[in-house]
Design a binder for this molecule. Structure first.
Ligand code: GTA
Length: 325
């Protein structure tokens, strides 16, 4: 186990962006070497995913270990590889046969049996809680609530956005950039999201990260940001059409409120893909956001926004203390 002081230091570095400000070295060491499972945070048979919390020994630091969150997800089938999967008489083990119906076990070769593995290491307590399945509660946040409760809270504690700066400064993921408008006020970088393995467009998922700094979320947007938002919408659609041949009207393009990371970014997801976070209490279509700001440039500073918070989220506690839920 890490000594409390050591472990807290690493958490501080992650939360405050003190570490990881350069392109990470992929190294030769297995990132999960010695992984010890602590708990299953959540699992979904439907999505074929499991979220794990574990500890990994820190090399060269004796007995110390750091927390890790590992997300395992079965990769979707790809139309162009299924014939390879079935060709050459693969081994099929019969499970059930009834009339014209039969069910088999098929063991695919390793290259067709990918498990997408996302590792967050060192993970903070906040990361662990984020993926833990919990009861949710809706709150309605007015513009005043935002100023009095939410803003002070997100200024005091939120996930580090160092990974965002790494992308904007070309210190990480530079080779993955699909499109960039370099304008400092109205430009952005479009690249594949963490969640997409880029092997099939059925679950296409990209994010546009805006160049200007300091726009935390939907709440900070006003009429002055319309050129930025329109660039993201139109240039993002055009870039995706060019690179992936997916039409703009087959994309769900939205912002999260609340987001996890407070630097403005927009999600571009294949319309047919039910990605996490597309529910009505979280996703705001970019085209609707643009229209609202065209009608009233202060729309998002005034209107009440409804969203869900997990039972143990400190922000929910702040709303309770203020008698707002
Ligand atoms: N390219 O380093 C990165 C990176 N990081 C750290 C985050 N993202 C990154 N992309 C690149 N490089 O779509 C992506 C995230 C996300 C976006 C941030 O940036 O994948 P957000 O600020 O609106 O936050 O978006 P959001 O949506 O909460 O983030 P996230 O992590 O996607 O979590 C959403 C919820 O979905 C979680 O609570 C989780 O429980 C659930 N979920 C379900 N399945 C998955 C899955 N396979 N992977 C991750 N989360 C999942």
């Amino acid at each position: 186990m890490a000594q409390p002081g050591e472990k807290r230091k690493r958490e501080d570095e992650v939360e405050n962006g003190g570490a990881g400000d350069t392109e990470p070295s992929l190294g030769t060491e297995h990132p999960l070497s010695g992984f010890k499972l602590q708990s299953v945070l959540r699992e979904s048979a439907r999505d074929k995913t499991i979220f794990l919390h574990g500890q990994v020994p820190v090399s060269g630091e004796g007995q110390s270990a750091e927390d890790a969150v590992v997300i395992l997800e079965r990769a979707p089938f790809q139309a162009d590889t299924v014939s390879r999967l079935l060709g050459n008489n693969p081994e099929l083990k019969l499970q059930l046969k009834n009339d014209i119906y039969s069910v088999y076990h098929l063991n695919p070769p390793p290259e067709l049996n990918e498990v997408k593995t996302t590792i967050i290491r060192p993970a903070t307590e906040k990361h662990v809680k984020k993926y833990l399945r919990q009861e949710l509660y809706l709150i309605q946040e007015t513009g005043e609530d935002y100023k009095n409760i939410t803003l002070p809270f997100i200024e005091s504690q939120s996930f580090s956005i160092q990974w965002v700066f790494n992308i904007l400064e070309k210190k990480a993921e530079q080779d993955r950039i699909v499109y960039e408008n370099p304008d400092p006020a109205a430009g952005f970088i479009l690249l594949p999201d963490f969640k997409w393995n880029q092997k099939q467009v059925d679950d296409l998922y990209l994010i546009a990260i805006c160049h200007p700094r300091g726009i935390k979320s939907l709440r900070d947007l006003n009429g002055d940001h319309l050129p930025l938002l329109k660039n993201i919408l139109h240039e993002g659609q055009a870039a995706i059409l060019k690179r992936y041949n997916v039409q703009g009207n087959q994309l769900r393009i939205y912002l999260h409120y609340q987001p996890s990371y407070y630097h403005l970014h927009v999600h571009f997801v294949a319309l047919g893909h039910e990605a996490p976070g597309i529910t009505v209490e979280r996703a705001h279509l970019l085209s609707d956001v643009i229209q609202s700001l065209e009608l009233d440039s202060q729309y998002y500073t005034k209107r009440a926004l409804t969203y869900a918070l997990r039972a143990d989220e400190p922000l929910l506690q702040k709303f309770k203390e203020a008698g707002r839920c």
